[in-house]
Design a protein around this ligand. Structure first.
Ligand SMILES: Nc1ncnc2c1ncn2[C@@H]1O[C@H](COP(=O)(O)OP(=O)(O)OP(=O)(O)O)[C@@H](O)[C@H]1O
Ligand SMILES: [Mg+2]
Length: 457
């Protein structure tokens, strides 16, 4: 595949490019041409300022090695853009990539200097619906990373990349670097997101306890949920971003220190109240009822519903609403929460107001969580599992729930300190609140700093 061809394609699509943008594009073309003459000195290329896509040069892989990589079920493209290939003990191959920093520098986001990193080629560890994930260690920093490789539609910007570049939070998997590479054979473009590595997903942790024929200890549930809400408050509040696929597989943890980070922003979107959004998102068991009702003007509260389902699953060891189909999902919800009333249905989707639903009585949550002794825990779940999105708690309200007072009262505890549970950033965590709201929230969340009132009082 001729890289200049792609560059031209992109340039044509970038109709709104300013002249300065075009000139940077030309510069990049030059880079590209230079690099094609010099295999060892390629730097990543801005294909277009609009699409903001950079690609590594593709070098031909010796056919024997290509076959070896295919026989290991490795994506055939991987490794082809390597600049140096140094055999390591144990048949590991070191590859060097020209990559871009995950977060553009604040001073000059437009001018991003690519850097070279080297890492051993490794096996695929995760298969998602959109790509493959493999784990390796960057040789220069000795940092373990996960590389998520997704097929990139050349006509569009990658929303996952755009969002990952924007967000930086202790409870969200950090984008360290990214690069594009092409597969000359299939004429496909791939985006590689180089992410900080986390050892397990919450799904694996749940399975671990199921295997031990027990359920997750109460304190562990609490610490994970608190961090999940911290991450959600950050993306929802100031940034207006909805994750849209919260589920145990997309929540990563370190079971040794209980650190939690949200991953997989492949479905995430900044919701604009004036624009409709597709309702066919989110994995079925965790799908908020307004999505099942086909709402296209939903809010970030859909993530809170999904989080409630995750919390229930941590406590029960199995999904609370295991629907077998889209509509059966609603049946599972109604079996526990009862039939939604008129007001609920109107809030979820007014188009369904005329529909008649059989009247089913709700089952008290206390009966579902028979072994749960903490009433505040059940109270929080019931505030999250509200049909009406307006009544449903926000991530911030969840954080402020008295269920988490135990964390606040133990502000000197090692886990609380190490995980920075009580560290908040005024600008990024509370920016969207009024001054008065900020004070109230801080008094609740940081009683040891802001209030002499006993938090449990
Ligand atoms: N930073 C990471 N550290 C460790 N493992 C990761 C990391 N990112 C992803 N994974 C693993 O790879 C899996 C797939 O990643 P991800 O969810 O981002 O891809 P996806 O294709 O969008 O998935 P899906 O659509 O199936 O949810 C995750 O469930 C997780 O097990
Ligand atoms: Mg996923």
């Amino acid at each position: 595949m001729d890289i200049s061809k792609i560059t031209n394609n992109y340039t044509q699509q970038g109709s709104s490019s300013s002249s300065s943008n075009n000139s940077s594009n030309n510069n990049n073309n030059n880079n590209n041409n230079n690099s094609s003459n010099n295999n060892t000195n390629f730097s990543g290329t801005h294909l277009t300022p609009n699409a903001n896509i950079h690609t590594n040069q593709i070098l031909r892989v010796p056919s024997g090695e290509q076959m070896a990589s295919q026989s290991r079920n490795f994506n055939p493209v991987a490794g082809q853009s390597s600049l140096s290939r140094t055999p390591l003990p144990g048949n590991l191959i070191l590859v060097t990539k020209t990559v871009f920093q995950g977060h553009p520098t604040v001073q000059s986001p437009a001018i991003q200097q690519p850097v070279n990193i080297t890492y051993p080629k490794t096996e695929v560890v995760g298969h998602g619906s959109f790509g493959v994930v493999f784990v390796t260690t960057i040789q220069e920093t000795q940092e373990k990373v996960a590389i998520k490789k997704v097929l990139q539609d050349k006509r569009f910007k990658n929303r996952e990349l755009e969002i990952m570049q924007k967000i930086q939070h202790i409870n969200i998997v950090d984008l360290r670097y990214y690069y594009y590479e092409e597969d000359p054979q299939s004429d496909s473009l791939y985006l590689n997101l180089i992410l900080e590595f986390m050892s397990q997903s919450l799904y694996q942790r749940i399975r671990h306890y199921v295997h031990l024929q027990t359920t997750m200890p109460h304190d562990e549930v609490q610490i994970y949920m608190y961090q999940l809400f911290k991450g959600l408050n950050y993306i929802h509040g100031t940034l207006g971003i909805c994750h849209r696929d919260i589920k145990p597989q997309n929540i990563l943890i370190n079971p040794e220190n209980f650190q939690l980070k949200i991953c997989d922003f492949g479905s995430a979107k900044r919701l604009n109240p004036m624009e409709p959004n597709v309702s066919y998102i989110c994995s079925r068991y965790y799908r908020a009822p307004e999505l099942i009702f086909g709402s296209t003007n939903y809010t970030t509260k859909i993530d809170v519903w999904s989080s409630a389902c995750v919390m229930c699953e941590l406590i029960l060891g199995q999904p609370i609403f295991p629907g077998e189909s889209g509509i059966d999902q609603l049946v599972e919800i109604i079996k526990i929460l009862g039939t939604p009333n008129k007001q609920d249905i109107c809030s979820m989707n007014p188009n369904y107001m005329e529909h008649k639903f059989p009247h089913i009585k709700p089952i008290p949550l206390i009966k579902i969580f028979k072994r749960e002794k903490d009433y505040l825990c059940i109270e929080l779940i019931s505030n999250m599992l509200k049909y009406d999105p307006f009544e449903r708690f926000s991530a911030l309200q969840c954080l402020c729930s008295s269920y988490f007072d135990k964390i606040r009262m133990n502000y000197n505890n090692e886990i609380v300190t190490n995980l920075k549970l009580l560290d908040f950033n005024n600008d990024t965590d509370f920016d969207y609140l009024s001054q008065d709201e900020k004070l109230i929230v801080k008094q609740k969340l940081l009683p040891h700093l802001y209030s002499s009132i006993n938090p449990s009082g």
